[in-house]
Design a protein around this ligand. Structure first.
Ligand code: AP5
Length: 219
């Protein structure tokens, strides 16, 4: 792939706020947002062949095979060949995926930013998350509830909980994160391309910290 594009990776455990922050940063810095979790969930929702392959794996909180996710990321990047850059949320999830990404990004500046949050807060954020199947808006019963319980403010659709946001699945997702995704931090750290921000504060506070960091990276 030709031309230098900036590639920012948001790392962090489930519930750290990667998706929430990636949406904001993509708008602010005109970066294409690639969320492998959202893309896979859409495949499951639409009942595609890929969706049927990954449904049970996702419901159990385990990782989808590297080849399937790698292909998704590669084709997204190819599809947006004129973009100034990308913000990745949920990819890479292990060192194999990180190495694959560095091959695709042949020579582009790549930076990884980890959003750090304590486990107790993560569990509350995940068990409290609800989403609107109509318009995709995300709520949290503890931190950002809708004005009418269980109903989307934007389109009036009934809110639902992600299947992998049940407590037993959250425990497995956190286990997988510690075992497979944390080594990705060492990988980018050893390349001198790693940053951290405190994700425990409110959404606007975290957004401000991330925006300032990305602004510095941009220069
Ligand atoms: P994915 O969708 O990537 O899930 P995840 O990494 O577990 O992350 P989450 O979406 O749960 O959390 P987040 O950090 O984005 O937080 P969010 O902003 O939503 O992956 C799901 C599954 O897909 C995986 O388990 C796997 O099976 C598969 N998969 C995906 N990518 C893969 C890959 N590369 N390889 C293999 N398999 C893959 O926020 C969470 C909640 O907290 C929301 O309610 C939000 O409103 C709230 N919140 C956010 N920030 C704050 C804040 N600062 N204060 C208060 N509340 C907040």
């Amino acid at each position: 792939m030709s031309g230098k594009k900036k590639l920012i990776i948001l790392l962090g455990p489930p519930g750290a706020g990667k998706g929430t922050q990636a949406k904001k940063i993509s708008r602010e810095f005109d970066l294409v947002h690639i969320s492998t979790g959202d893309i896979l969930r859409n495949e499951v929702r639409d009942g595609t062949e890929l969706g049927s392959k990954v449904k049970e794996i996702m419901n159990a909180g385990d990782l989808v095979p590297d080849e399937l996710v790698g292909e998704i990321v590669r084709s997204c990047i190819e599809k947006h060949s004129s973009a100034a850059g990308f913000i990745l949320d949920g990819y890479p999830r292990n060192v194999t995926q990180a190495e694959f990404l560095m091959c695709i990004a042949d020579g582009w500046p790549v930076y990884a930013v980890c959003i750090r949050v304590e486990e107790e807060t993560l569990v509350k954020r995940l068990t409290g998350r609800r989403y609107c199947p109509g318009c995709g808006k995300i709520y949290n019963v503890y931190f950002s509830p809708p004005s009418t319980e269980g109903i989307c403010d934007a389109c009036g659709t009934e809110l639902v909980q992600r299947r992998d946001d049940r407590e037993e699945v959250i425990a497995e997702r956190l286990r997988v994160y510690h075992e497979q995704t944390r080594p990705v931090i060492d990988y980018f750290s050893s390349l001198g391309r790693y940053f951290e921000i405190d994700g425990s504060k409110s959404v606007p506070h975290v957004a401000q910290a991330l925006s300032e960091l990305v602004g510095v990276i941009e220069k």
